[in-house]
Design a protein around this ligand. Structure first.
Ligand SMILES: [Zn+2]
Length: 170
């Protein structure tokens, strides 16, 4: 199981920064481990695979935190205080022929209460809107292979600091 040399493939990370009146898109391409894009069926459901998946996406997403913050012009989604942080909600389409991760970015003021509220809102919206969202993404990315689409809800929202937050954009 020792993966001494991990084969990678380029993946598009598309950030949708949601302000009150508009949405800004920021796109970056990063290499991701190939096995995340083409997992064996048995891998897909394993905890180790999910962990690796979330680690990679969290790491890459954190690298663009500053850029996302710069694009956020709206106040906190919950309390309307000035925005000092953002929540990032990733959806993975890494299994497509041209792998994509779509990350929705929302403004928050940094208070735990607001973060909790916004997470709750997003989760409820996600539950309700998951079919509609799938449909939207299909329209957006359908050209890349509709049959291959799979929706991976990562079960949470990534925050900037991946505990300790050693990842500072150079
Ligand atoms: Zn707030």
């Amino acid at each position: 199981m020792a993966a001494s040399t991990t084969t990678t493939t380029p993946a598009l990370f598309r950030f949708s920064v949601h302000n009150t009146t508009d949405t800004t898109h920021i796109s970056h391409t990063h290499p991701v481990p190939l096995f995340l894009c083409q997992p064996a069926e048995s891998q897909q459901t394993s905890a180790a695979f999910k962990d690796a998946f979330i680690d990679v996406i969290a790491l890459i997403t954190a690298q663009h935190h500053t850029e996302c913050m710069a694009a956020l012009t709206s106040p906190c989604l919950a309390c309307a205080s000035p925005t000092t942080d953002c929540l990032k909600s990733p959806s993975s389409f890494l299994n497509l022929a041209e792998p994509v991760v779509v990350i929705a970015v929302y403004p928050v003021c940094g208070s735990k209460t607001c973060e909790y509220q916004v997470r709750g809102q997003l989760l409820r919206r996600q539950m309700r809107g998951i079919e509609a969202a799938k449909e939207d993404e299909r329209k957006l990315y359908g050209k890349m292979g509709r049959e291959a689409l799979c929706w991976v809800w990562l079960g949470g929202v990534l925050r900037q600091g991946v505990s300790g937050g050693g990842v500072e954009g150079a």
